[in-house]
Design a binder for this molecule. Structure first.
Ligand code: PA5
Length: 529
């Protein structure tokens, strides 16, 4: 298409939503003009399914749960008055709590005002808060935010080292819907130990966000932690950023959570309407369908041209891939669905993998995010009449054009600025697209059997490690992995046993010594009592 035709296509298909300061340009996606009319009946079915979901139907059939993240932004939509009341009460409690922390009404165990928060969680209980914290931090923040989002000991040590003697004014927020996720449990135990060795009372500096009566809830209650906030069963982890999971750390940081919720609420209103071409979430879901054949045949590369949106790709990677990446469809048929998401930010990535996007394997489409407002305040000129922001804009436009010229598809989301309201808008936009797309391809977007399988498999390895250690302790002699496997009656686990022993031997504090002569099958391991 020549430039004039492209301009007409741009005008014809631009989905412009001034109410949320957002537009979606799909002119560089390669659909033909009959695409939308052909798929409209399916889209209408997806709108009906979404309506049923928002009305409180069991939209997550495998877990027999309602799916209620949209109610968090407009509690009047909740299917029962008690849910409405719980949502409202929780938001009020979060605001009051943040106020008490900021004002010093609630103080740390040695009397300091809290000026740091350490958020401990993983997956849906961390990625949203991390994205929001990073996108919206400023030097005016009321509290600096740190995260433990893994069970990597060295990773935790780095965070504790950064906190240093500021632990005395650090509020720990432990987030886990299930309340039994091992990475989070370990992070909490390591944090407890760090507080203890600094002579601090962890319970007087800790808050839990979790499901009612979960392991974590009971622990926090019995331990007399400062506060507990709810995580309801009708909220999924990856759609929890507008629940206490995201709102509590955000409010404590000093972010305007009312604006964030409002942005999400207005975006929900727009993306709820069953008018496909005026609904950016529907248009985006259809573009995913068109680009990937509704089968995930192409990857989505997220390229926000704004440093503040760096973690958006990571957040979306979970939101989309954990929701869409499913083996079975709603009828139980094997479909192995997915939509791969990766990306960081422009123009930085132009100096990395964009080379391959432009010239290499054509197995992707790009979603650019353009932010119109460059910065707070005015810009210097880096060339005559030209600012750094003009360059950022120019690089985005240039890459978009270069990709198009080489038959690579892209769409562009343009937002006015990055602020709390816009973050709410973007979260709600993609949540809705995921829900609509899941309906189009007939899968349950709201369960995660694959994640559960990984959790179970890790548990099996940990049990095996305990057996191996017990055996070595009782034998007090050198043994190979093969011998141990035979003794345990688990010859099929020899490789796993070898990996366990090699890991233990690499960490001198674990007491396992390795004699590493010969092939790995001959390595001998000893654990002195
Ligand atoms: O989105 C999800 O459901 C998961 O990623 C969970 O958030 C993650 O496994 C952590 O679970 P929990 O919040 O129960 O600790």
């Amino acid at each position: 298409m020549d430039k004039t035709e492209l301009w007409h296509r741009y005008c014809r298909y631009l989905c412009s939503c001034p109410e949320i300061g957002l537009s979606l340009d799909i002119s560089r996606m390669m659909f033909n003009d009959s695409f939308f009319s052909r798929i409209e009946p399916d889209m209408q079915q997806a709108f009906s399914a979404m309506h049923a979901l928002e009305s409180g139907t069991i939209a997550n059939p495998d877990e027999q749960r309602m799916v209620g993240h949209y109610w968090l932004r407009n509690s009047a939509l909740a299917p029962t008055s008690s849910i409405t009341a719980e949502i409202q009460a929780t938001i009020s409690r979060i605001l009051a709590f943040a106020n008490d922390i900021h004002s010093g009404k609630i103080r740390a165990s040695r009397g300091q005002t809290f000026d740091r928060q350490l958020v401990i969680g993983i997956g849906g209980s961390a990625l949203g808060p991390q994205f929001v914290a990073d996108a919206l931090w400023s030097t005016e923040d009321r509290m600096k935010t740190y995260f433990l989002d893994n069970t990597d000991p060295d990773g935790m040590d780095r965070v504790f080292a950064e906190l240093g003697n500021k632990l005395a004014s650090t509020l720990a927020i432990v987030i886990s819907k299930s309340g039994s996720t091992k990475e989070t449990r370990n992070g909490m135990l390591e944090a407890q130990a760090a507080f203890r060795s600094a002579g601090l009372d962890f319970a007087r500096q800790a808050v839990a966000v979790t499901g009612e009566n979960s392991e974590l809830d009971r622990l926090a209650s019995a331990g007399g932690w400062i506060e507990r906030f709810p995580m309801w069963d009708w909220i999924g982890g990856r759609t929890s950023v507008t629940s206490a999971v995201g709102l509590l750390p955000a409010a404590l940081q000093g972010i305007d959570i009312a604006a964030l919720l409002d942005g999400a609420r207005v975006c929900d209103e727009i993306t709820r309407r069953p008018d496909t071409m005026r609904n950016p979430a529907a248009v985006m879901a259809l573009m995913w369908h068109q680009a990937t054949g509704g089968r995930g045949q192409k990857d989505m590369v997220m390229l926000p041209y704004k440093d503040r949106l760096l973690l958006f790709s990571r957040y979306l990677q979970q939101l989309i891939m954990e929701s869409i990446g499913k083996e079975l469809d709603l009828e139980g048929k094997s479909v192995c669905q997915g939509l791969t998401v990766y990306g960081n930010k422009g123009s930085t990535d132009q100096h990395a993998y964009v080379q391959q996007l432009r010239e290499g394997v054509s197995n992707f489409f790009v979603t650019f995010i353009e932010v119109l407002k460059d910065r707070c305040g005015s810009s210097m000129q880096v060339e005559d009449g030209i600012t750094s922001g003009d360059f950022l804009f120019g690089f985005l436009q240039g890459t978009r054009t270069a990709l198009y010229e080489n038959d690579r598809e892209s769409m562009t989301i343009t937002v006015d600025r990055v602020d709390a309201r816009t973050i709410g808008v973007l979260v709600a936009l993609f949540e809705r697209s995921v829900g609509l797309y899941a309906s189009l391809i007939n899968i349950n977007a709201y369960h995660q059997p694959g994640v559960e399988a990984g959790k179970k498999a890790a548990g099996v390895v940990i049990s095996l490690q305990k057996e191996v250690v017990d055996l070595l302790k009782s034998r007090q002699q050198e043994m190979t992995a093969v011998e141990i496997a035979v003794e345990l009656g688990k010859p099929g686990e020899t490789e796993a046993i070898f990996a366990i022993l090699r890991h233990l031997a690499a960490n001198p504090d674990r007491g396992v010594k390795a004699a590493t002569e010969g092939s790995v099958a001959d390595w001998k391991f000893l654990l002195k009592a």
